[in-house]
Write a protein that binds this ligand. Structure first.
Ligand code: MN
Length: 210
């Protein structure tokens, strides 16, 4: 084939595409301009709605249950919901009356698989006008929700302990300095805020009227 004999379609082909096929006259021309020269097949789709953005989205959601929830209609499936709406998540709490060296009440709130705990020397305040001291103590295992009995004298926390109240609570806020919950116990019902003052010292304040 002489250079001057190219058809008009070969002349308009992109640079590099027509060159390979123009050297062979025995092969039939493909209807696709790229199939004959691209041995790797079609290029991957990486547009704005393509592979890369979707992958990023999946990585970002790896640790939450948003994706689990999004795929299901809980009005139609008997499966459990992954996430309950913020502010309505119910967890368990206990208040234990603890006759240790000094009498106090231990408030324990279920959080991230443990019981966040405070020792409250004057107990859970029933009156919004009187805040009580609450000393943050070490997290306790969930099994402690049901514990009552006698801790031997001389041991840590020695003395008798019994469950004074138990129930569920809603979390409105929960961080290292402030915890706001609504307690639904047998004795205590209402919204409380615990706030850190210094060190392990917190205050507990009732927000609802007595
Ligand atoms: Mn205690």
């Amino acid at each position: 084939m002489k250079p001057g004999s190219m058809s008009s379609s070969e002349r308009t082909a992109p640079p590099g595409v027509g060159a390979a096929s123009s050297t062979s006259t025995s092969q039939p021309r493909s209807t696709s301009r790229f199939a004959a020269t691209n041995p790797f097949g079609p290029a991957p789709i990486t547009t704005a709605s393509g592979i890369i953005p979707k992958y990023r989205e999946r990585v970002a959601k790896k640790r939450s249950l948003d994706e689990y929830d999004a795929k299901r209609d809980f009005a139609r499936t008997p499966e459990p919901k992954g996430k309950r709406p913020k502010g309505t998540h119910e967890s368990r709490f206990v208040v234990q009356e603890h006759h240790a060296r000094a009498l106090h009440w231990d408030l324990r709130l279920e959080r991230d698989g443990v019981l966040a705990s405070w020792a409250v020397p004057k107990g859970i305040p029933p009156d919004p006008k009187k805040n009580h001291l609450a000393v943050r103590t070490e997290d306790h295992p969930l099994e402690y929700l049901d514990f009552q009995g006698d801790i031997p004298k001389g041991e840590y926390g020695g003395g008798s302990m019994h469950v004074w109240d138990r129930g569920t609570f809603e979390t409105h806020k929960f961080d290292d300095r402030e915890v706001m919950v609504t307690l639904h116990g047998e004795r205590v019902q209402g919204r409380y805020v615990l706030f850190k003052t210094h060190g392990n010292q917190w205050m507990i304040h009732r927000m609802d009227p007595p």
